[in-house]
Design a protein around this ligand. Structure first.
Ligand code: NAD
Ligand code: TDX
Length: 356
């Protein structure tokens, strides 16, 4: 009953693997390249668990992927591995094309040829679950209806384009070769273990160290926030009951402007870490906008609610409270991820940005 997880040392992948073991769902082979975003410390709780096998390697390495399939004969692949940060894709799109497109292609090719050699019953039961994003659908105007699974793709950043390409390949491998694929397109995740290049952890960590809170543009862009554990539940549900060849939109029903999110973080920190001189919101600083910044994302998650009876269980208020508490309670994790290379990224992305 082994599954192969890719990118299981990253933010969503590690939450998924930890949840998987908490459910007693079976052995996991965890293939991760440990880029700047991959962190073995996220998996510390599994260090003595013989059912968790960590493999340090690249999804673009065909021989490695082939040998893992042959050796472990997984019943499913849950594919998280990706370059995932839009701002980094603007500074340098090459790694995004390599991992997100060619890496997904490598996995699909190796799975296709491995499955051909398997017995029909194993072929039938196997699943390739691809984790994708709402960003493939482009940007919504303020009053547009949310994205459905049938919304045409219109990716705007190099990151979104690379994920859209991967989604198309997954779809084509089902349509052409009958590969038993499933795709999940989800909205912005937040929660424990998120690398602090993304909005919510960046703002929490800057605020507690009294650094400016760099809001792009005027802070009116809208995202639909999904607590990471709700996403993990949705993935498990799609893996168990999803219809082969289909995609499922997953959203949190929590549309917020970035300024609302940052103000909510500041209010929680005013409670938890009161600053006698001024409220944390005084640190908000409007900086030059992200090029091509998508205005709004919102997911219509009716299909997964009706077909698979999944809805999110966390509200934004409760999820954000848990998230802020987690970052305050884990200073060692924070110290580890904010050293060295992280500082260089902050310098690169923010130093020359100037004011909005
Ligand atoms: P992350 O950046 O935190 O983690 C990515 C992981 O993939 C890291 O552990 C990294 O080491 C690993 N990785 C990168 N390149 C690799 C390669 N070539 N071979 C093997 N491993 C490699 O990302 P995340 O936020 O956890 O996102 C996981 C997936 O979910 C991604 O596919 C992303 O596109 C998608 N997604 C994320 C969000 C979000 O809000 N974070 C929303 C929608 C979809
Ligand atoms: O410093 C910042 N200031 C700011 O205003 C950062 C890092 C972000 N922002 C804004 C940009 C976005 O409107 O906050 C919003 C969220 O930004 P990110 O956390 O970078 O996420 P986003 O660009 O929306 O993409 C995320 O959701 C979809 C994930 O990073 C992707 O992996 C996922 O596919």
């Amino acid at each position: 009953m082994t599954i192969l997880v890719t990118g299981g040392a990253g933010f969503i992948g590690s939450n998924f693997v930890l949840d998987w073991f908490a459910q007693g769902a079976g052995p996991v082979i965890n293939l991760d390249k440990l880029t700047y975003a991959g962190n073995p410390a996220n998996l510390h709780a599994l260090k003595d668990n013989p059912e968790h096998v960590f493999v340090h390697g690249d999804i673009c390495d065909r021989e490695l992927v082939r040998s893992l399939l042959e050796r472990h004969a997984p019943r499913a692949i849950v594919h998280f591995a990706a370059e995932s940060h839009v701002d980094r894709s603007i500074h340098g799109p090459g790694d995004f094309v390599q991992t997100n497109i060619l890496g997904t292609f490598t996995l699909l090719e190796e799975v296709r040829s491995w499955l051909e050699k398997q017995a029909p019953s194993r072929r039938e039961d196997f699943r390739f679950l691809h984790v994708s994003t709402d960003e493939v659908f482009g940007s919504l105007a303020p009053h547009d209806p949310p994205f459905k699974e049938s919304t045409p793709f219109a990716p705007n950043s190099p990151y979104a384009a690379s994920k859209a390409a991967a989604d198309h390949l997954v779809r084509a491998y089902h349509h052409t070769y009958g590969l038993p694929t499933l795709t999940v397109n989800c909205s912005n995740n937040y929660g424990p273990y998120q690398f602090p290049e993304k909005l919510i952890p960046l703002m929490i960590l800057n605020a507690i160290t009294h650094k400016p809170l760099p809001v792009y543009g005027e802070g009116g862009n809208v995202r639909d926030w999904l607590y990471v554990q709700d996403h993990c539940t949705a993935i498990r549900r799609v893996l168990e009951r999803g219809r082969v060849g289909e995609s499922y939109n997953v959203g949190g029903y929590n549309q917020k402007t970035n300024l609302e999110v940052v103000n909510a973080i500041c209010a929680l920190l005013d409670e938890a870490r009161p600053n006698r001189k001024s409220p944390h919101s005084m640190l908000i600083s409007f900086v030059k906008d992200r090029p091509g910044h998508d205005r709004r994302y919102a997911m219509d998650a009716t299909k997964i609610a009706i077909q698979l009876e999944w809805t999110p269980s966390e509200s934004f208020d409760s999820g954000l409270r848990k998230t802020v508490a987690w970052y305050l309670d884990n200073p060692d994790w924070v110290a580890h991820v904010t050293s060295g290379a992280y500082r260089q990224w902050i310098e690169k992305n923010y130093a020359k940005r100037g004011e909005a």
